[in-house]
Design a binder for this molecule. Structure first.
Ligand code: SAM
Length: 248
């Protein structure tokens, strides 16, 4: 079964209810775009485009030490985790356009999984301090080992909520999340972030923002929903959530 937004497969045949926003084609005008994209994917040129994309993805994965083509279901469902799926490299330039990350930013991948986003940050020549935090110790160990030669990268094991501040530094400025956990875990995470980073300006880039509504109507946060601008509407959205400096 494919994990939406990744083009990768899970080991189980169970419907991925983690991704409710992908279960059905969109309605209204976006339905047309969806139909076109599905037709394109089935055509020869669509198959060729997919093969080229797969090769590009594999090249970038291998440049950083290994193919990252698995999306296993989490052993930590009881903590709100579901899949260790990788972000599609092609989504990242839309989420982090040129200039969005400053040399002084401290970057955290919340639920870094196999570390593909860290690969991409490195491939852009970023020398920022980068912290990946991953709940699953086996996955964290693999990612830590693979990226060990990058002095600016640390991969830590554990629950993000328990690791900030500490391994997740107090001066972190950018958090990336690819739908890492379900709603109760997101509520815990939000509360902890507000406690630890109160008064600072912190940006959360939240891809597949299933629980971004938790931040709506909270005056501490500015919420912007943005489109990736790709022709695949079902994986188009991310949210930029900014904790306002000086928010009480
Ligand atoms: C969808 S994957 C995203 C992987 C990576 N960020 C990417 O975009 O390629 C989400 C990851 O978050 C991890 N995760 C879930 N809950 C977590 C928590 N409380 N603390 C740390 N990691 C967590 C999961 O184990 C999983 O590997």
């Amino acid at each position: 079964m494919r994990v939406p937004g990744t083009g990768e497969h899970t080991a189980t045949a169970e419907a991925p209810d983690l991704w409710p926003c992908f279960s059905n084609p969109p309605m209204g005008g976006r339905r047309f775009l969806y139909d076109v994209s599905v037709r394109t994917q089935k055509s020869t040129s669509g198959r060729l485009a997919r093969a080229v994309k797969k090769a590009r993805t594999a090249c970038l994965d291998l440049r950083y030490g290994g193919l990252l083509n698995k999306s296993p279901e989490s052993r930590y469902r009881h903590l709100g985790a579901r899949y260790s799926a990788n972000t599609d490299y092609d989504a990242l330039p839309y989420i982090f356009p040129d200039g969005s990350i400053k040399p002084s930013d401290v970057l955290v991948d919340v639920g870094c999984g196999f570390g593909r986003v860290i690969n991409w940050w490195l491939s852009r020549g970023l020398r920022n301090q980068i912290v990946g935090v991953e709940l699953d110790p086996d996955i964290a160990a693999k990612t830590r080992c693979r990226l060990r030669r990058y002095a600016n990268v640390a991969v830590v094991t554990g629950d993000v909520v328990e690791l900030m501040p500490g391994p997740i530094p107090r001066d972190a400025t950018v958090f990336y999340l690819f739908h890492p956990f379900e709603r109760p875990a997101m509520q815990r995470f939000k509360a902890r972030v507000e406690e630890v980073y109160r008064g600072r300006r912190l940006r959360l880039y939240y891809y597949v923002p299933a629980h971004a509504d938790l931040f709506d109507d909270d005056p501490q946060w500015e919420v912007q929903r943005r489109s990736l601008g790709s022709p695949w509407p079902h994986r188009q959205e991310f949210a930029l959530l900014t904790l306002q400096a000086g928010a009480a």
